[in-house]
Design a protein around this ligand. Structure first.
Ligand SMILES: NC(=O)c1ccc[n+]([C@@H]2O[C@H](COP(=O)([O-])OP(=O)(O)OC[C@H]3O[C@@H](n4cnc5c(N)ncnc54)[C@H](O)[C@@H]3O)[C@@H](O)[C@H]2O)c1
Length: 373
């Protein structure tokens, strides 16, 4: 007897979406992923896709019920009750998110006309607080519900983080839809996460606020570390003691580079903007950002003072986080750049993809060495 798998559509199978789709497939779903990039879709279907994200190539090789397509009609049919949307929401200059890709998908969904049976749209993208309510009002006449279900994952660990989340945040359209989302995660997670169920707006704020708190911890640790160094004290001993207090916890309470990457900085700015739109100054969001920049200034001065001018200053990675290939808002790269532009010899060691990307951007400004990890 052939097994009957429930069908789920994932619209947008980029860095986040492909991991989610593969995790769904592993959990027993029949998954159709939709993307606009034809070459990418072809590489997925021929199982020749090369990915730096651990597990993606292996899960893809082992998958039997996952296919990718550029044709949304193959993903949305009478059998599809759950549709996850994971397209990109890049930041606009004012710090807000650009929802254009979601809107494009929503237009396609509306073109299918009113659904005979309710379909549940679940937004996994990061959105501005209030956006999902607007989208829900737009799609309701077509018999779609809209829920918000963002992910707390780190690049370089996405597959694992989706399998072992601390919490699953669900901004549910209604209880029935929320129950369906919980059911998916109960199949997908290999741990027992806390299910945090609330309305869409609360979940949108919660997503940004969580990242704001994490960045606040990082900025706090770095500013206390900078202060300790300036005063002649020991930053590591101080932070280790602070982190030993169970009310605080040791995660992110250590001295190092500032925060960067594709989520932290922009979620923090989006939260500040959302506060402003509601007539509130969320000072901690601003301060976190300011302290991150001050920390870079402090590190720059430290390096300039500590390294003799003829010594090569070596960075063991310049991606925003070791193991990732992302350069976005990388504080390591920002520091390396400032030092090199000040005339210092700077050696960048990183994986070939990162070395290649930095070379393309900055050429002879740096010395380079390719590493395995
Ligand atoms: N990557 C992360 O670490 C991370 C973490 C948390 C949240 N997020 C959020 O998740 C969302 C997706 O992020 P990502 O990093 O995977 O982005 P991405 O750019 O890697 O992937 C988006 C994908 O959507 C595709 N796409 C664009 N328009 C489409 C359309 N009309 N139909 C179908 N596919 C379309 C693109 O071709 C691309 O492959 C964003 O909102 C992001 O803020 C990402």
């Amino acid at each position: 007897m052939t097994e009957q798998r429930e069908k789920i559509a994932v619209l947008g199978i980029g860095k986040l979406g492909i991991c989610f789709a593969l995790n769904l497939e592993r959990s027993g779903y029949d998954v159709v992923g939709v993307d606009v990039d034809e070459n990418y879709v072809q590489a997925i279907n021929s199982k020749t896709l090369k990915s730096y994200e651990p597990g993606v190539e292996r899960y893809l090789q082992n998958s039997t019920h996952f296919k990718a397509t550029t044709n949304i009609n193959e993903a949305i049919d009478a059998e599809t009750a759950l549709v996850f949307i994971m397209v990109a929401t890049p930041s606009l200059p004012d710090g807000s998110y650009n929802h254009a890709q979601i809107e494009h998908v929503a237009e396609r969904l509306m073109q299918f006309g009113k659904q005979q049976f309710k379909k549940h749209i679940i937004i996994g993208c990061t959105t501005m607080p209030g956006y999902c309510d607007t989208l829900a009002a737009l799609l309701a006449p077509y018999n779609y519900t809209v829920s918000y279900n963002p992910e707390f994952i780190a690049q370089g660990n996405i597959i694992h983080d989706q399998q072992y989340p601390d919490q699953v945040l669900i901004g549910e359209a209604d209880k029935e839809t929320g129950d369906k989302i919980v059911e998916v995660y109960k199949k997908m997670c290999l741990n027992q996460p806390v299910y945090c169920r609330m309305n869409r707006l609360s979940a949108e704020i919660c997503k940004l606020a969580t990242n704001c708190f994490l960045t606040m911890k990082i900025s706090f640790a770095n500013s206390m570390g900078d202060f300790a160094i300036r005063a002649g004290a020991d930053p590591d001993k101080i932070l280790s003691a602070i982190g030993s207090d169970s009310r605080i916890g040791s995660k992110y309470i250590r001295y190092g580079f500032g925060f960067g990457g594709p989520c932290f900085s922009r979620d923090n700015r989006a939260l500040a903007l959302s506060g402003k739109q509601h007539g509130m100054d969320l000072h901690l969001s601003y301060a976190t950002d300011v302290v991150n920049k001050q920390h870079l200034d402090f590190q720059f001065k430290q390096y300039m003072e500590q390294y003799p001018s003829d010594e090569v200053i070596s960075f063991d990675h310049v991606s925003y986080k070791k193991g990732s290939v992302i350069l976005e808002e990388s504080q390591q790269l920002a520091l390396a750049l400032r030092l090199a532009r000040e005339g210092r010899k700077v050696l960048i060691k990183d994986v070939p993809a990162v070395v290649g990307a930095v070379k393309k951007l900055y050429g002879d400004l740096f010395l380079y060495e390719e590493s395995k990890d």
